[in-house]
Write a protein that binds this ligand. Structure first.
Ligand SMILES: Nc1ncnc2c1ncn2[C@@H]1O[C@H](COP(=O)(O)OP(=O)(O)OP(=O)(O)O)[C@@H](O)[C@H]1O
Ligand SMILES: [Mg+2]
Length: 372
């Protein structure tokens, strides 16, 4: 008897399930709602068909047979209704999500739809929100870089043109014999050499910066002692400090091993120290310290520049940013590349660089992970 029931219900169920699968195949690009409805219809029909067949078989008398049929039909209809309501909810929720996507603002901000969404759609909505946010930040960064690049080209071409014009005038004066007294000739030659040095270091900086931005800065990293590196950088800028009558004081913990490209890292440190010397008045002091704090090595450069305006502080590391005083090209005027290069190099070493006003001036600080 039980075997017979299983055979009849199972057989009919399988036939209806197969039909349902064929229908679903045809509908596989349709909405989740339609599919849910088909599932509900298949379930209800299968149950109903099984029950009908079996009650027929069982030759139950009129009353129980009708009761069973009625109960099952009502149950089935209720199930179908619930499935349809659910399907509609899913459809409406996905429509709300699509509308929210349609309303993404030109600035690229995605506002998730109001009200609750089914779990999967909620996940998608959150992922979309994050993706749009990343895109937006990326676009903002790109725009900032692009405008910095444009500004840089404008400034650099100005900075190149001004000394070139001077050099051309001096070269012509020498060539035509207009400048012929030995003192002037000597002065012109010296000035031309100084300008050539300045221009080539600027071109060199531009190359370095473009390598950093293109991500093609190749570091050959070894275990180096940060203390020694700082001492070398200080020795290199000693003549500049002497010429400006700025006192240099250096202090370093004994062993500060970091995994670094010594050449690049000392370039970063030198850029900080050169800035500090440039902005410190005669008889002022620039002190450089290299110390370990926990598992971080810190190089700090403290000067007597009188403080950087608060508004400028967050911008000093931007490409081509120059403070008011540094904008006029002169023997001291830079191109505004030094700190951008220092930051690029430090970040390529998984380090951080920062600045704050402190005491009589400001403190630039490089933090690098100590090597084990
Ligand atoms: N130690 C400092 N004290 C005061 N201001 C500073 C100091 N270092 C940097 N600045 C400010 O930050 C700006 C950017 O510095 P950065 O080193 O990038 O460019 P620069 O020194 O002007 O030119 P470059 O380094 O390319 O020769 C400077 O023009 C200056 O206004
Ligand atoms: Mg500089």
């Amino acid at each position: 008897m039980i075997l017979q029931i299983i055979a009849v219900a199972g057989g009919l169920g399988l036939i209806i399930a197969a039909l349902g699968l064929v229908v679903m195949r045809g509908l596989r690009r349709r909405s989740i709602g339609v599919m849910l409805a088909v599932v509900a219809v298949v379930t209800v029909t299968a149950t109903l068909a099984g029950v009908v067949a079996i009650t027929m078989e069982m030759i139950i008398d009129g009353r129980p047979k009708n009761i069973v049929l009625t109960v099952v039909t009502i149950g089935g209809l209720v199930g179908l209704g619930v499935a349809l309501i659910n399907a509609r909810r899913v459809v409406m929720a996905s429509r709300r999500l699509v509308e929210a996507l349609d309303q993404v603002s030109p600035s690229g901000r995605f506002q998730p739809p109001d009200g609750p969404l089914p779990a999967e759609l909620e996940t998608i909505s959150r992922a979309l929100e994050q993706a749009y946010e990343r895109l937006r930040l990326g676009r903002e960064r790109e725009q900032a870089l692009e405008s910095a690049r444009r500004e840089l080209v404008a400034w650099v071409s100005h900075d190149l043109r001004t000394p070139l014009a001077g050099m051309r005038a001096m070269a012509e004066a020498l060539e035509d014999g207009v400048a012929d007294d030995p003192d002037t000739v000597k002065r012109y030659h010296t000035q031309i050499r100084v300008e050539v040095d300045r221009l080539s270091s600027m071109v060199d900086d531009l190359f370095e910066l473009s390598r950093i931005h293109a991500g093609t800065l190749r570091l050959s990293r070894n275990k180096v002692g940060l203390g020694d590196l700082v001492a070398d950088a200080l020795a290199g800028v000693e003549p500049l400090a002497r010429a400006k009558r700025v006192r240099l004081s250096g202090e370093a913990d004994a062993v500060l091993p970091v995994n670094a490209d010594a050449g690049e890292l000392s370039r970063a440190v030198r850029n900080l120290v050169v800035n500090a010397i440039r902005h410190t008045p005669a008889d002022g002091t620039v002190s450089v310290r290299a110390v370990a704090r926990g598992n971080v090595a810190t190089v700090s450069v403290l000067d007597c520049c009188g403080g950087i305006p608060e508004d400028d502080l967050p911008r000093v590391f931007d490409v081509a940013f120059r403070g008011e005083a540094a904008r006029t090209p002169g023997p001291d005027g830079g191109a505004g590349l030094g700190l951008a290069i220092a930051r690029g190099i430090v970040e390529a070493h998984e380090g951080e660089i920062g600045v704050m006003n402190e005491g009589p001036g400001c403190r630039f600080e490089i933090r690098l992970p100590l090597s084990a």
